[in-house]
Design a protein around this ligand. Structure first.
Ligand SMILES: Nc1ncnc2c1ncn2[C@@H]1O[C@H](COP(=O)(O)OP(=O)(O)OP(=O)(O)O)[C@@H](O)[C@H]1O
Length: 529
């Protein structure tokens, strides 16, 4: 193995097309050998080796914080590993940054979006090429891209600015971008989290077929065992930064994979649902609420929505149908144009003081962006609701840092938040652990109304069990829970009552429980009323 620079390797790879003869070759295209990555004194990745074979679909499993993103980012030049090597086609390479990786034909779809919001899909795709000409012939590029899209099962509008796309469309654009760039190694970090189940099947099925046909290797980070068993050939499992298992998917049951992920630990058992915690009076009541320009994407027009104490009301719907606006109205991030919102019979203006007084808490989507200050510590972020209050709830003038740290430490333990400590910046936590930290903050203390938007987004199965248990426990204590989720299984598993949103309106309502007709709900989600 000799180390060569990216510049030398670029010529070998050329446009990084794979000839059919390379497909299904039984040799690794890309290997990480003994990769180690430390952040300060903390070892996030410890001597991990993984090999991707040409034409294979390889799953990377592990709990939140196990080191999956760190491994792939260390392979692709996003992080510089402290030890180990990356080997491409039997030769060691130095990948200094993601652009180097792209030149070598290695593409990644990250958990966060990398598209430029103000540019159209067409502009984003063309500008992402390493060989973009200094003067772009847009007519020619449009023709070529339209022809390319014709061959793809995923459709995105070429002339729409990315900031007007739904999350699902952005995710599809990120995936199309990698196919357009002809990546011969594709790393996907939870690519289906914002897609509908049908879209997810379509995308993974297509990539699976493409891998078999062209020899493209796919490394898929996922928390969904169903995706591993349906689409993947091999699996590698990480735990606490180390590799704890690998093998053919066909040889492993999901139970065995789960056991490798969590080791000896016991999973949280969901508490039973108390028979009748529902209060007679509504806690949350919306009447004639409008927000956003009527009829535009994401606008809201709710005639009536009521949530009682001790009740979980699930809002089902495909992303982009007004659910985000609903959550933003209650969390104070958007304004209504008309109508009224009441909490326990009183008008609710969503200010910090009102939310505090009325015991309203909110876990928004993308909590790192919407509910945290990334550079501030875990402790400071956990204290956002209470930093100006003493233990009895009275206002204080000076921050009590010691009390904040102590409180954070307690919640870190209760909610099993993986962090280097309460003083670590919250942006250094893995996605799932940011989610836990925000939920710990929002559920701590008495809560009369909890709004949870996609609360299990990106969480491993153990964390999903924890969070669902917390939501049911809050309901049993008498909290009114408004659960907004794109995951219909989650809505069905948790809700006492289910409402479907379509184009900003509630178009269907039914009781939750075992008899729920998901086909009917799905039809309303798709606009067939
Ligand atoms: N920039 C950083 N600075 C400090 N610690 C970090 C940094 N990035 C990651 N870590 C830590 O490294 C560990 C592994 O994180 P990583 O994001 O790789 O986990 P993951 O398996 O991808 O988790 P998830 O499923 O939640 O996305 C975590 O404990 C995280 O807090």
């Amino acid at each position: 193995m000799s180390a060569v620079s990216v510049a030398e390797r670029f010529d070998d790879v050329g446009a990084s097309e794979v000839s059919p003869s390379q497909a299904r070759a039984e040799r690794p295209i890309l290997e990480a050998v003994g990769l180690t990555k430390r952040f300060g004194a903390f070892t996030a990745l410890n001597d991990v080796t993984i090999a991707l074979m040409a034409g294979e679909f390889h799953a990377l499993l592990g709990e939140n914080g196990a080191g999956k993103s760190t491994l792939v980012k260390s392979m692709l030049g996003y992080y510089h590993p402290d030890g180990g090597a990356v080997v491409l086609d039997d030769r060691e390479v130095t990948i200094a940054n993601p652009r180097d990786a792209r030149r070598l034909g290695i593409g990644m779809v990250y958990q966060h979006f990398t598209l430029v919001p103000a540019m159209t899909v067409l502009e984003n795709l063309v500008m992402s090429r390493v060989d973009v000409p200094s003067v772009v012939n847009w007519a020619k590029e449009r023709k070529a891209l339209s022809a390319f899209l014709e061959t793809m099962p995923l459709k995105v509008p070429l002339d729409t600015p990315v900031d007007r796309l739904s999350s699902g469309e952005r995710q599809k654009t990120e995936i199309l971008k990698q196919l357009y760039l002809k990546s011969r190694i594709l790393v996907l970090d939870e690519p289906t989290s914002v897609l509908t189940p049908e879209e997810a099947r379509q995308v993974l099925g297509f990539l699976r077929a493409r891998a078999s046909e062209t020899g493209m290797a796919v490394l898929l980070i996922t928390h969904k065992f169903s995706e591993v068993t349906a689409f993947c050939d091999r699996v590698t499992v990480l735990r606490k930064g180390a590799k704890v298992g690998e093998g053919l998917v066909a040889d492993l049951s999901t139970k065995e994979m789960a056991a490798l992920m969590i080791g000896e630990r016991e999973l949280t058992q969901a508490p039973g649902r108390d028979e009748n915690p529902k209060s007679a009076e509504p806690v949350l009541a919306l009447k004639g609420v409008r927000s956003g320009d009527s009829g535009t994407r994401g606008s809201l027009a709710i005639e009536e929505l009521v949530v009682h104490g001790g009740e979980i009301v699930g809002i089902a719907g495909i992303s982009g149908n007004g659910q985000t606006r609903l959550v933003e109205l209650i969390s104070g991030q958007a304004q209504k144009t008309s109508g009224e919102i009441r909490v326990k019979g009183e008008p609710y203006d969503a200010s910090r003081a009102t939310a505090q007084a009325m015991k309203v808490r909110c876990l928004p989507e993308e909590p790192l962006r919407n509910a945290c200050v990334g550079r501030m510590s875990v402790s400071d972020n956990i204290a956002f609701r209470t930093f100006d209050r003493d233990a009895s709830g009275s206002k204080i003038r000076l921050l009590d840092k010691k009390r904040m740290l102590q409180r954070a430490q307690e919640l870190i333990e209760v909610y099993s938040i993986k962090t280097q400590g309460p003083s670590a910046p919250i942006q250094t936590l893995s996605g799932g652990n940011v989610q836990r930290a925000v939920l710990a903050r929002e559920l701590a203390g008495e809560t009369d109304l909890l709004v949870a938007a996609n609360p299990c987004f990106g969480l491993d199965f153990g964390a999903v069990a924890d969070i669902r248990a917390q939501l049911i426990a809050a309901r049993n204590r008498g909290t009114a829970v408004l659960l907004v989720s794109e995951d219909l299984d989650e809505i069905v598993a948790l809700s006492d009552r289910i409402c479907v949103m379509f184009e900003g309106r509630i178009v269907f309502e039914c009781a939750g429980g075992d008899a729920v007709d998901t086909t009917r709900i799905g039809a309303h989600m798709a606009g067939h009323h």
